[in-house]
Design a protein around this ligand. Structure first.
Ligand code: NAD
Ligand code: IPM
Ligand code: MN
Length: 350
């Protein structure tokens, strides 16, 4: 059986790390008897420059018809002065919404402490957490939103809105995931200030009644930002709103060693999107030094969700070995390897 997937390399380091991930995935899927059939489509800045649209119709159609979407990253500084709705990032939000992927799984494992890390080795031992980020609601999508420019009296507004159904479904994803782990869910909110957060907390609390074996606690997001750094081992699964999850996961990447190590899976619809946590990294794009691990690991999450757990495990095992050894890692991890060399080392183990 062939593994048909849609690939959206996107912008900046996106195409660089996608090329490496595809190479690794081709090796492992051939070995496990399900050769990859990957087709690339335009998405993001390049697509916008060529066709005026960051999310062309042919890409939309392909995403709706495939089994999985493997995404690099989007975003380019040349679009920085445009309103958010006209930036390539808006295409990514539209894609997530289109495919109904309301839950974004962001695992964070501390397995390597780079030389420039702010943490002592002992502080990182045993850290293994999963951030379940709500992905198609909250302030990212809420209406009304807008901007009125009128000199000193300009106004701009966004709306943070959740329905109880939106909270319930993402909470269930978190509770279910925790059953495969340490059976501990921490729901993160700002219910001391925000009415949406208060409802979030009430709904999570009531979903928790269906999971008597799972320990549930709640934490305000400001405190969570502190505890993720000062006492990260207390966390197993964290479930939180779209914006909070975006921020906390970049913060938590420091525990893992680099943003260039964090994978994610956006699920809940019929076609999953597999996207690293990092962005297009314009500051290092084109230099051949981006860490390909986040993208390769993201590919492993895709294999797992497509039902190829063995192939996924092989990839993650190879990543762990190469990263732990620390000989063939990229600069963000204190090494000297290029993007291609780091991926070669992983592919060689497969
Ligand atoms: P970023 O994640 O692109 O980069 C943050 C920092 O981490 C940079 O110093 C970068 O060099 C480094 N970094 C990121 N990935 C790395 C990797 N694989 N290897 C080594 N170093 C890596 O965030 P940013 O700079 O705030 O945003 C740049 C652009 O990316 C913006 O346009 C933003 O909107 C977009 N973005 C897109 C996505 C996505 O497509 N999923 C995610 C985040 C940001
Ligand atoms: C992420 C990114 C995106 C988000 C942007 C690029 C729209 O930061 O996936 O973490 O905020 O969801
Ligand atoms: Mn982000």
């Amino acid at each position: 059986m062939k593994l048909d997937i849609v690939v959206l390399p996107g912008d900046g380091i996106g195409p660089e790390v996608i090329a490496e991930a595809l190479r690794v995935l081709e090796v492992v899927t051939r070995r496990f008897g399900h050769p990859l059939q990957a087709k690339e489509y335009p998405f993001g800045t390049g697509a916008a420059a060529r066709s005026g649209r960051a999310f062309p119709d042919e890409t939309r159609k392909a995403c709706l018809e495939t089994r999985a979407v493997l995404l690099g990253a989007v975003g380019d500084p040349s679009f920085d002065n445009l309103p958010p709705s006209e930036r390539p990032e808006a295409a990514l939000l539209e894609l997530r919404k289109l495919l109904g992927n309301f839950a974004n799984l962001r695992p964070i494992v501390a397995q390597f402490n780079p030389p420039h890390s702010p943490f002592r080795d002992e502080a990182l031992a045993g850290i293994d957490l999963l951030i379940v980020r709500e992905l198609t609601g909250g302030i990212y999508f809420g209406e009304p939103r807008g901007r009125e420019d009128s000199g000193k009296d300009s106004r701009a507004w966004n709306t943070m809105v959740y329905t109880s159904a939106e909270v319930e479904r993402v909470a269930r994803v978190a509770f279910e995931a925790s059953l495969e782990r340490q059976a501990h869910v921490t729901s993160v909110d700002k219910s001391n200030v925000l009415v949406t957060s208060k409802m979030w907390r009430d709904v999570v609390e009531s979903v928790g009644k269906d999971y008597p074996k799972v320990k549930l606690d709640h934490m305000y997001v400001d405190r969570a930002a502190m505890e993720i750094i000062s006492n990260p081992r207390q966390f197993d699964v964290m479930v939180t709103a779209n914006l909070f999850g975006d921020i906390l996961s970049d913060e938590a990447s420091v525990l893992a060693g680099s943003l260039g190590l964090l994978p994610s899976a956006s699920i809940g619809g019929t076609v999953g999107i597999y996207e690293p946590v990092h962005g297009s990294a314009p500051d290092i794009a084109g230099k051949g030094i981006a860490n390909p691990v986040a993208q390769i690991w993201t590919g492993a999450m895709m294999l797992e969700h497509l039902g190829h757990a063995d192939a996924a495990k092989a990839v993650v095992g190879a990543i762990e070995k190469v990263v732990e050894e620390g000989k063939t890692v990229t600069r963000d991890l204190g090494g000297k390897a290029s993007t291609t060399e780091a991926a070669d080392a992983i592919a060689a183990l497969l």
